[in-house]
Each structure stands twice: as C-alpha cells, then as structure tokens.
Design a protein around this ligand. Structure first.
Ligand SMILES: Nc1ncnc2c1ncn2[C@@H]1O[C@H](COP(=O)(O)OP(=O)(O)O)[C@@H](O)[C@H]1O
Ligand SMILES: [Mg+2]
Length: 436
C-alpha cells in the first residue's frame, strides 16, 4: 500500500480559442454531446469553466489548486457537471497535458482511455495500435502477444483488427481502446466518460472488467462518469469537482449526496428561466417557451399518459431540416429517454416567424421525477441550433397496479436508454414579438 498518485497545488489554465479539431476522438466527443443534446464543445469554447457565467477573459482556469493523494488499489470516481474540469484532471494525471502550476507525482504505469486522444494513431491498424500502446507501457512484444487475443476478443473487432482505426465506427474504436487500456499491464487505469459512447451491453462488460481489475489485480482506477449508480457500485471514494475546484473528496456515498444536492438545487433555481438554461445558441432561432400542456397545473402526468409539450420558437431566419430533441433525465442526472422529431420546413417571413408547436411524446417512464433538456438541431448532422438544459421538470405519478407492469418501450442498446416515439404539430404562428 501507499500513495500512488499525489497532486500538489495543481492548476490548469487554458487559453481560449486553442482547441484543436480534426481527430477521430474529437468526433467521438462530438457524437456523444450530440446524442445527449448538448452543445458541440468544439463550436464554442466556454469563457470560464462556469458555463453559466458569461466571462470576459481570454483565459479560463479549468482546474484550480487541486490537492489529493490516492492510495494504491483504490477505485476513485470523479463526478461533476459538464465543464467542471474532470477530463482536464485525467489528462494531467495521464500526462497528456501539463499543469500550468503545481506538480503531479505518479508511481506506476498509467493506461488511460481519455475523452480526447486515446493514444491511438488513426493511420495504424488495430493490431499495430495495440502493440504500440503496449510498447509505450514498457511491455515486450512477447508480453503483448500473450494478451493480444484476449484484447481482440473483448473488443469484438477480430474482423477489423488489420484495418486502420480511422475507419472504425465510434463504437468499435472505443471498444478496442478500452480493451487495450484494461488488458495491458499497468498499475493505474484512467477512464474518462468516453465509455458512454459504447452500447449499453458493452458498458456493462467494461464495468464488470473494471470491477475484476479492482478486486483481483489490485489496480488503482480513476473513473469519470455521469452515471451515478455505476460510480456508486464501483468506487470506494469519489472526488466532486465544481468549477475547477475539488469541493469534496470522501466516501462515494457522501460525495454523490453532495453532488446531487448541489446539482438539484442549481437545476431547480434555473427551471422556467430559459436564459439560465440556455447552454448554446447559434443565433438563428430561439426557443422562447417550453411548457407542459395538461389539465393539471402541477407538471405531473399519469403513468402511461402522453407527455405533451408546448414549445414556442422564434426564427431569426429561414431554416430547413430541423429536429426537436427532448432528452429526459431522472433525478440523479442520468439520461433515461430521448425523443426526437423532425420539424416540417416552415416558411419564415416577418409576419410569420413565431411558431407554437405541440410536441406529443409517448411516455413509458416509470413513476418519478424527471428533468428535461430541449434542443433544436439540424436534422442532417445533429448540429445544435438552440439548447436548453434542465428547462423543465415533471413528475410521472404512481399507478395503481397489483401485478407487474411491462413497459412497452423500445430500448435502444446503442444509446443505452429509451427512445420514445413522438409527434409534432404547429398550433399557431405569428410575427415576432417585439422583444426579439
Ligand atoms: N483544450 C482546451 N482549450 C481551452 N479550454 C479548454 C480546453 N479543454 C477544456 N477547456 C475548458 O476547461 C474547462 C474544463 O473542461 P473539461 O476538463 O473538459 O470538463 P469536464 O470534463 O468536467 O466536462 C471547460 O471550461 C472547458 O471549456
Ligand atoms: Mg469531460
């Protein structure tokens, strides 16, 4: 036993406008943000790592004054909102980027699966990348060969193992990257949220693998995830990052409690204030209102009852091929369902550019409290035009039932949550209101 990672007064400052683009792993990240209905992180760079504040400086502190020790064999979860600095911390620990101030001491070899830059070379094949990664970890050819079949088998990419990884789908890429990081010899395994790109079945497999690395190999694991139940299951201790600061480092239970408490109070404060919920806007249209439409006035619906939203949109110019996206999260901020519907091409004129839509979503959600993100994207590529995070909360009421209820949902294994069917109709249109 003993300390294997020590961070002392670590801070990281980024200069705005210096985000690189063009690699496959960026695309992975984009894809993830897209299916989550989040802003594309490479379209706009937050000015402060507090994404809710409008900063004016050219620099951003992604991490500030980070101090911690991690014991050998510990499994540490890292949680925090988007932009809190989680990925930056993992990049510093795996020496993909250097801290601006402070120092990091790491004892042992680090295998990492990062959000950006998984250590794969796009032109090399899966096989070549596996050997390259092994060599970087100081393993001999023979040692790598001994693990090779297991890696390929775990990743399920045998047919493509001699294909350059740039031709891999996002899912294949992540599967191989995880298999390499988990199977090659290292003392420390670092895994960023990128895992969420894989399908639900593969996620389960990875979590199982991490569990066994922890229990039988005594490997030290650092794991970022948005998925609170998984963090809870896997991690002994967890770090809560908020706006670049460690606000809590303790047993996982207390860290999660604090995260949810802060998260939910923040979310509740912003609800119904669209400006505070707006995480991205391209300047082409604005969602000006989101409401639940039913005959109760408490934002509750019955189990099985359709969720009907009234959404008002103010177009600033002609836009075609759009889609609404409703992303539904439970009260632990885990995405549970998504509804996606194409918007008919409207003819936008000065007299008619404020549209009222009725979006009807077939609800197969279990009773409970939910939070909603609403986005409008380009249908073709998923690029976000307007995105409101946690703009509405609703409750699915308990149902009367004595037997088991079978939820008639279509579980999308690729996404790991339900896709709900929905429809969209125009309720009315008029000229722009004077305030826009
Ligand atoms: N390469 C970069 N250049 C500029 N800013 C960056 C870069 N990477 C991250 N940031 C900024 O640093 C902050 C923390 O980002 P990140 O570590 O990715 O957060 P998380 O992983 O918790 O979502 C954010 O405000 C983000 O915009
Ligand atoms: Mg991240």
């Amino acid at each position: 036993m003993g300390t294997v990672i020590r961070a002392k007064n670590v801070s990281k400052q980024y200069r705005l406008g210096k985000v690189g683009t063009g690699t496959l792993s960026h695309d992975l990240n984009r894809w993830w943000h897209r299916i989550r209905g989040k802003e594309d992180p490479y379209l706009k760079i937050g000015e402060s790592n507090d994404r809710t504040a409008k900063g004016g400086s050219e620099y951003v502190w992604a991490l500030r004054d980070i101090n911690f020790d991690i014991e050998q064999g510990a499994t540490i979860g890292i949680i925090g909102r988007n932009g809190a600095g989680k990925s930056t911390l993992l990049k510093i620990l795996s020496r993909t980027t250097a801290p601006t101030t402070g120092s990091i001491k790491v004892r042992g070899r680090v295998a990492s699966l990062l959000e950006v830059g998984t250590g794969f070379h796009p032109e090399l094949s899966g096989r070549e990348n596996t050997y390259l990664n092994g060599a970087i970890l100081g393993m001999t050819q023979k040692e790598i060969s001994r693990k090779f079949d297991e890696i390929v088998d775990f990743a399920g990419v045998e047919r493509y193992i001699d294909t350059p990884v740039k031709r891999y789908s996002s899912g294949m890429y992540v599967r191989l990257a995880f298999a390499v990081a988990a199977h090659l010899e290292s003392e420390i395994l670092i895994v960023d949220e990128v895992l969420a790109v894989g399908d639900a079945e593969f996620q389960e497999k990875c979590i199982g693998k991490m569990g066994s690395l922890r229990n039988t190999d005594g490997r030290t694991i650092l794991f970022v995830s948005h998925n609170i139940p998984v963090i809870n299951k896997l991690c002994d201790k967890s770090i809560l990052l908020e706006k670049g600061l460690i606000t809590h480092f303790g047993d996982t239970r207390s860290t999660i409690e604090m995260y949810l408490k802060n998260h939910n109070s923040q979310v509740e404060k912003n609800i119904n204030n669209l400006e505070l919920c707006r995480k991205y806007n391209s300047g082409e249209l604005y969602i000006t209102k989101v409401e639940i439409f039913n005959n109760r006035n408490d934002n509750s619906i019955n189990f099985g009852e359709q969720l009907v939203l009234v959404i008002e949109v103010n177009y600033l110019r002609q836009l075609n091929e759009l889609a609404f996206d409703a992303f539904i999260k439970n009260d632990t901020d885990v995405g549970v369902a998504q509804a996606f519907i194409r918007i008919e091409n409207e003819n936008i004129t000065d007299e008619e550019r404020h549209f009222r839509y009725k979006v009807t979503i077939n609800n197969t959600l279990k009773p409970g409290k939910y939070y909603l993100d609403i986005g409008i994207h380009r249908f073709i590529n998923g690029n976000t035009i307007d995105n409101l995070e946690n703009c509405l909360t609703f409750t699915v009421l308990n149902f009367e039932s004595n037997g088991d209820v079978i939820l008639p949902h279509f579980l999308d294994f690729r996404l790991g949550y339900n896709l709900l069917s929905c429809s969209c109709e125009v309720l009315g249109k008029k000229g722009a209101p004077p305030n826009l």
